[in-house]
Structures are given as structure tokens and as C-alpha cells.
Design a protein around this ligand. Structure first.
Ligand code: SR1
Ligand code: MG
Length: 403
């Protein structure tokens, strides 16, 4: 039976759960030897570190409401099932980038997993101006592999449809539909604004026909294009890393959606980190811009290599004739071109919502001087307005809008 845990109840729960207890303690050791602390700073769930003299691990539990709003915003616990199942699939595809799961319980809506205690959250590290030379290589592989190996370009028709069925994540998709694609474009009680933000800029994007049409198209794409199993919330708070290793966490928003959504959300978070920097931080600025360029370029190369690597599958996709491979390569280029356009569209949507919606990014919301923060936010909105209404040849053109 489900029980909402807290620091004390967790010890009892572990005592009654031999699969977890044996990871932490010898049989004759008392549960008093455990130390439990809640460390979650996300919007949805509770996350505990549990330490014993020999090991530490993470226990993450979903509660029947949205944590950042409270009990008045009910949210079913089924989101933990999506998180557990997505972690398993991602782990199979990219074992090096996904934490180890030790135990999971659908009934208790919880997962027990590797404590990444030698790793930190990317967002905080970017706020502290730490450089990670391997990150773009790692994230581009995570994106290219998780997003290719869950598409119809790789799976059989039956496997893909069965997987789509397993990931009908109605409630968390609705959160994205509301908080990314709807509320930022209307007066909504959940929106939050920096009091110094120039509201005429907000008004102008809310009443701009081209922006509204473009956002409506991205929303429709998000709702209807079941291309690949997405992480669904790949911002810089969903990545833990150090100089050697990168882990992608928190896939509770996982569902089958448009590939460009994951890519675009990540690029938007890099762009907002860049825009939060001061004029005199040129070295870090160059580094973040390099991340935007490398992430896209490496993703595109790796996704294309994945597409070209499965000859049997390619032949079954009606390219089984002498020039078939060459024609398939045209298809690959055109497919990746469409992902690029989608990524930039979703990137813009993420930039709008992180400025006027409920969920902010600490890179910008943490700027103490509200006037400077408002200047940064105005720039974010102006760039997002441009990105969503324009067509770009390549990532360099997009970067030119941002710098
Ligand atoms: C109301 S929940 C707001 C956001 O938190 C999650 O991390 C997702 O990004 C969601 O949109
Ligand atoms: Mg999250």
C-alpha cells in the first residue's frame, strides 16, 4: 500500500524492504545507523539521500500532488512508473549516461538508485562558471542514441507502437502543454514576473500573429508527433556531471514526442545561461556558445551515422535498390534538417516560458539586481521572438541571433 515517506518513515520502510536494506546494512545492524536527508529541489518529487557506514544511495518518491505548488495541485503518482520505465530503456541504450537503479516499486511510487555523490547538477555548475570539456560529446551521444534507437527508423512497427502505448504520459504531457505552450501566452495566475520586466515586451509577443501561429504549431507538434521516446524535460537541472562523467536524470516527463523537443529544451537552457553572463565574462561566454554549436553539430553527425548504420532496416524502408543508400542519405539529411527546425522552435518556446511562466531558470532568476535581470529577460524574449518566427540555415546563424 502507498505511504508518503518522510525522514523517519524512510528508515522503517528500508527495514521492511530487504532488497534495499541489504544494500546498506548487515543483517544484524540497526536501522539507527542510517542517516536520511531530503535534498530534492525539483518541482515535482521528494528526493532523499540515505547513508549507512558502508554506502549511500538515493530514494526518490512521487507524492500525489505537484510539490512546487502543494496539495492543492493534485497529480497522480503514476509519473514514477514513466520515470522508472524510461530510466530502464535509457540505461539499455546509453548505460554510461544513466544512473544505476537498485530497486523500484510502482506501488510506493519510488525508485532507489545510485547516489551521484561525485557529480553535481549542471545548472549550478554553470552558475559557478565551471567548464566541462566532455559534456557536449556526452550529451550529443545521449540525444542521438536515445532519440534514434526508439524511433521507427530502428524499431519494428510493432515494437515502436507497443512502446508508444507504454508511454502515454497524459498528466505530465498536460503540464508541458499548459506550462510551456499555453500559460506564458495568456494572463494566468501561475505566471510569475520580475516586477521590473518591461511588460510591453510581454504584451507584444502575446499579441503577435506570427509568434502565436508559430507557437501553436510547436504545441501541436508536441502533442501529435510520436517520433521517439523523449526525456521530456532535458534542462540543465536534469544533468549531473563531473570532469569525466555525465548522467542524465529525472525522465518522469518521458513520452513519445518530436525529437527536436529534447534538443531544443537543452539548447534553450544553454542560451539562457549565456545570456545571464556579464559583458566581461568573455571566456565563459565563448565556452557556452561553443557548447551550443558542438551539441547541435555532434548530435546531427551522430544521428545521421545511426541512420546510416542499419543497412537491413534501411532496405526494409524501401531503399533496397542500387542507388538506395545514396537516396537514403538524402532522406537522412532532410530528416535531420526537420529536427533542426523543430529544435529551434522548441528552444524559443522554452525561452519564453522560463521568463514569464511559473518555472524559472536560476541562472537568470538568481540575478540579484532586478534591473539587470529585467534587461537579460527582455533580451531572452526578443531572441525567442526572432527564433520562433525565422528560418535558419545552420546553428551558426542561430548563434548569431544570440551573441
Ligand atoms: C509546474 S512544473 C514546472 C516544470 O517543472 C518541471 O521540471 C518541468 O520543466 C515543468 O514544466
Ligand atoms: Mg525534473
Amino acid at each position: 500500500m502507498y505511504k508518503e515517506l518522510n525522514n523517519d518513515l524512510i528508515k522503517e520502510y528500508i527495514d521492511e524492504t530487504p532488497q534495499v536494506r541489504s544494500l546498506l546494512l548487515d543483517e544484524d545492524e540497526s536501522i539507527d545507523r542510517l542517516e536520511v536527508s531530503e535534498i530534492g529541489d525539483g518541482n515535482l518529487n521528494f528526493v532523499y539521500i540515505i547513508k549507512s557506514p558502508r554506502k549511500s544511495l538515493i530514494l526518490k518518491q512521487a507524492v500525489p500532488y505537484l510539490r512546487c505548488v502543494g496539495a492543492e495541485y493534485p497529480l497522480s503518482r503514476v509519473r514514477m512508473v514513466f520515470e522508472i520505465e524510461a530510466l530502464k530503456i535509457e540505461k539499455e541504450i546509453c548505460p554510461q549516461f544513466v544512473p544505476q537503479i537498485y530497486y523500484s516499486s510502482h506501488e510506493m511510487s519510488l525508485v532507489v538508485m545510485q547516489n551521484l555523490d561525485k557529480h553535481k547538477i549542471l545548472r549550478g555548475e554553470m552558475i559557478n562558471r565551471v567548464l566541462f570539456p566532455k559534456l557536449s560529446e556526452h550529451i550529443s551521444t545521449f540525444l542521438a542514441d536515445t532519440l534514434f534507437y526508439t524511433t521507427d527508423l530502428f524499431l519494428s512497427s510493432k515494437e515502436k507502437k507497443e512502446s508508444v502505448k507504454k508511454f502515454i504520459n497524459i498528466e505530465l504531457c498536460k503540464i508541458t502543454e499548459d506550462f510551456i505552450f499555453t500559460h506564458p501566452y495568456e494572463e494566468n495566475e501561475t505566471n510569475e514576473y520580475n516586477p521590473r520586466l518591461d511588460m510591453s515586451v510581454v504584451k507584444s509577443f502575446r499579441e503577435n500573429r506570427d509568434i502565436k501561429v508559430a507557437v501553436a504549431k510547436m504545441r501541436y507538434k508536441f502533442m501529435s508527433e510520436a517520433q521517439a521516446l523523449l526525456h521530456g524535460d532535458l534542462h540543465s537541472g536534469s544533468i549531473m556531471l563531473n570532469q569525466e562523467e555525465t548522467f542524465v536524470i529525472d525522465p518522469e516527463f518521458a513520452f513519445y514526442g518530436p525529437i527536436g523537443f529534447d534538443v531544443g529544451i537543452y539548447l534553450a537552457n544553454l542560451a539562457m545561461s549565456y545570456l545571464s553572463l556579464e559583458d566581461n565574462e568573455q571566456e565563459y561566454k565563448d565556452y557556452v556558445i561553443g557548447m551550443i554549436k558542438d551539441t547541435w553539430d555532434l548530435f546531427a553527425q551522430k544521428f545521421k551515422a545511426n541512420m546510416l548504420n542499419h543497412e537491413k532496416k534501411i532496405k526494409s524502408l524501401q531503399f533496397d535498390y542500387p542507388e538506395g543508400m545514396e537516396h537514403y542519405e538524402y532522406f537522412a539529411d532532410s530528416f535531420i534538417r526537420d529536427i533542426f527546425d523543430d529544435s529551434i522552435g522548441f528552444m524559443a518556446c522554452e525561452m519564453f516560458r522560463r521568463t514569464v511562466g511559473l518555472a524559472k531558470v536560476a541562472d537568470i532568476a538568481g540575478i540579484e539586481d532586478l534591473d539587470r535581470r529585467a534587461q537579460v529577460e527582455k533580451r531572452v524574449l526578443q531572441i525567442a521572438s526572432k527564433l520562433i518566427t525565422s528560418k535558419y540555415q545552420d546553428i551558426d546563424e542561430v548563434i548569431n541571433e544570440i551573441i
